[in-house]
Design a protein around this ligand. Structure first.
Ligand code: ZN
Length: 101
């Protein structure tokens, strides 16, 4: 009986994003090429792309680079505060995140 329950638990366990820790369906995660055990969700993949762009633009003072750095900083503050998990605000923030540069 316990073994059956353990198997059932494994079957319903969903993979988690290695960045935010939330659970997703497997098709919603992007896996790393050489470390397929590591998967990130769409929102975190966008965040990583922004960080990579920000690193490439370090020291640049054009309006686009300044706006992207401000957006990245604001996103970090939102994540630290846990606002993305709030019932109404969270979905709005995730939708906004999909459309930010
Ligand atoms: Zn994530």
């Amino acid at each position: 009986m316990a073994a059956a329950a353990a198997v059932e638990h494994e079957q319903v366990e969903r993979p988690t994003c290695w960045c935010c820790g939330n659970t997703f369906d497997e098709q919603e995660l992007s896996r790393l090429g050489s470390h397929t055990e590591v998967g990130v969700c769409e929102g975190c993949a966008r965040w990583l792309a922004r960080r990579a762009r920000s690193s490439a633009e370090k020291g640049a003072h054009n309006p686009g680079a300044v706006m992207r750095r401000a957006t990245l900083a604001a996103r970090g503050r939102v994540m630290r505060a846990g606002l993305q998990d709030w019932p109404v605000l969270g979905p709005l923030l995730r939708r906004l995140n999909r459309h930010l540069p």
